[in-house]
Design a protein around this ligand. Structure first.
Ligand SMILES: Nc1ncnc2c1ncn2[C@@H]1O[C@H](COP(=O)(O)OP(=O)(O)OP(=O)(O)O)[C@@H](O)[C@H]1O
Ligand SMILES: [Mg+2]
Length: 466
């Protein structure tokens, strides 16, 4: 069910409950009003009964016949009052109580009549008169007492019902809003987790049943977005692969054309000049052919390294030691180029790596740095452990020419080189493949005119991301 419908339904239930409580309160109020009206009438009746009893007392003391006539007149006034308020009285005390009251008045009236007929001489009759008068007054007083007590009961029970229903409504409202907000919150958290993992390049889906409500629609939309992104990424990778293949082919053609042209030219010269060449010259020509062939061999070897990186022979070794070794290999080149070198190596946790391959990467980076610097430049190599303790970082920094920002995205592409014949453009792409193979990462930060820093990250042994 849609969340909007759930909210409307819960509001309707709450409204229904409020209406029920309202009807109940209204009914009780009506009952209280009826009873109070009766109590008012009964107070009037009690006042007339009291007067009757005073007249009764006067008659017994002074034997004045006129008092009996007054009493009858009062009784008939009382009957009129009862008749006019009959419906109210029935509603308040019921038909039975009213008949009993009328019966009592009847008895009293008959006894007054009997006393009048006897001329006031019969003592027993007088006693009966007193008894009936007393009974009548007590009965009407007890009716008033009972009704007052009932009014109190109704008010007390109304208070109780209103109190409890307020809490029931309150708790119901809290429960419903908690349930709905919890439903939205849980889904929002799942969506947040998914978008984070999408940002990290992991295109998962939100698992579990999808409800038929607004949150369910959002979940479905996010899931299909994730699927779409995944297939787009696959397409992108595919088209990137094709683009790299294009670059690669063009690069191979370009790189091989030069030495092949050279060989062809040497061969033509050799054929033309063959008869005039002495032994030494012939050997020189053949040496040139051999050099060019070696160059082709070197290009092909690098290409093979790039296209089929050999499986890394991972061993737990000291990265700092490998850096010192790389620097030692390059010492002569650095010295010739008049480049100063600085090392700042932190103690590192264990890393498993292929010493020869990492050495190859370091030599590539140091060579590039040397080529980018003027005499007097400084090469510094630093190692640290990342704050989370999961990766080791190697910084290879130079004070060279720097890389223009528009070149940065291409430096790891195969055959990207700004060095003309001096470079094949495979050094960094081979290095990139090696570092990726180790589960690490390599990137460059550079400012033109100030220098470049290459940063290599390698996973610490036992803390690799799965
Ligand atoms: N430290 C650096 N400073 C400035 N530019 C650099 C640096 N390192 C690399 N580059 C740029 O990146 C390009 C690619 O480098 P890469 O090592 O892949 O090829 P290369 O050095 O040109 O040729 P080779 O295959 O001989 O290494 C270089 O031509 C250069 O323009
Ligand atoms: Mg290079």
């Amino acid at each position: 069910m849609k969340i909007e419908r759930k909210i409307i339904l819960s509001n309707a239930v709450n409204l229904g409950l409020i209406l029920l409580i309202g009807v109940f309160a209204l009914q009780n109020l009506n009952r209280v009003l009826t009873k109070l009206r009766f109590v008012e009438i009964a107070d009037d009746l009690n006042a007339s009964f009291l007067e009757m009893r005073l007249s009764e007392k006067n008659y017994i003391l002074f034997h004045d016949e006129a008092t009996l006539t007054d009493m009858q007149a009062q009784i008939s006034r009382t009957r009129q009052t009862i008749d006019s308020a009959r419906q109210d009285i029935v509603r308040a005390v019921g038909e039975d109580n009213l008949s009993m009251l009328i019966g009592q008045i009847e008895k009293y009236s008959n006894t007054i009549h009997d006393v009048q007929a006897s001329g006031g001489q019969d003592v027993a009759l007088k006693l009966r008169l007193r008894m009936h008068g007393k009974e009548l007054k007590e009965f009407s007083e007890s009716l008033v007492r009972i009704e007052r007590a009932r009014v109190n009961d109704i008010i007390a029970s109304s208070k109780r019902v209103l109190f409890y229903s307020f809490w029931v409504l309150f708790l119901l409202a809290i429960l419903v809003s908690h349930f709905i907000s919890q439903r939205i919150l849980l889904s929002l958290r799942a969506i947040e987790r998914l978008t984070r993992s999408i940002a990290e390049g992991k295109f998962h889906r939100i698992e579990g049943p999808v409800d038929d409500d607004e949150v369910g629609s959002v979940t479905t939309a996010i899931n299909s977005m994730s699927d779409e992104l995944k297939s787009r990424e696959e397409e992108l990778i595919q088209s990137k692969k094709l683009a790299s293949l294009g670059i690669l082919t063009a690069g191979v053609a370009h790189e091989l054309t030069n030495p092949l042209n050279n060989i062809s030219m040497i061969a033509q010269n050799y054929l033309e000049l063959y008869d005039n060449l002495d032994r030494e010259k012939r050997l020189e020509f053949m040496q040139q052919v051999d050099d060019e062939t070696k160059r082709i061999g070197e290009i092909v070897r690098n290409l093979l390294d790039f296209s089929r990186p050999k499986d890394a022979d991972l061993q737990s070794a000291d990265i700092n030691e490998t850096i010192r070794k790389a620097l030692q290999i390059m010492q002569n080149s650095l010295h010739l180029a008049n480049i100063d070198s600085k090392l700042s190596l932190d103690p590192l946790p264990p890393v498993r790596f292929d010493v020869h391959q990492i050495l190859q990467v370091l030599v590539n980076l140091i060579l590039n740095a040397t080529q980018a610097m003027q005499p007097g430049g400084t090469l510094s190599i630093t190692t640290t452990v990342a704050k989370d303790g999961k990766t080791v970082r190697i910084y290879v920094r130079d004070t060279g020419s720097g890389i223009p920002p528009e070149f940065i995205p291409h430096i790891f592409d195969p055959f990207f080189s700004t060095k003309g014949v001096g470079g094949t453009g495979l050094g960094l792409s081979v290095s990139y493949g090696i570092i990726k193979n180790h589960g690490g990462a390599i990137r460059a930060e550079s400012t033109v005119g100030r220098g470049t820093t290459f940063i290599i990250e390698l996973p610490v042994y036992g803390k690799e991301e799965t």
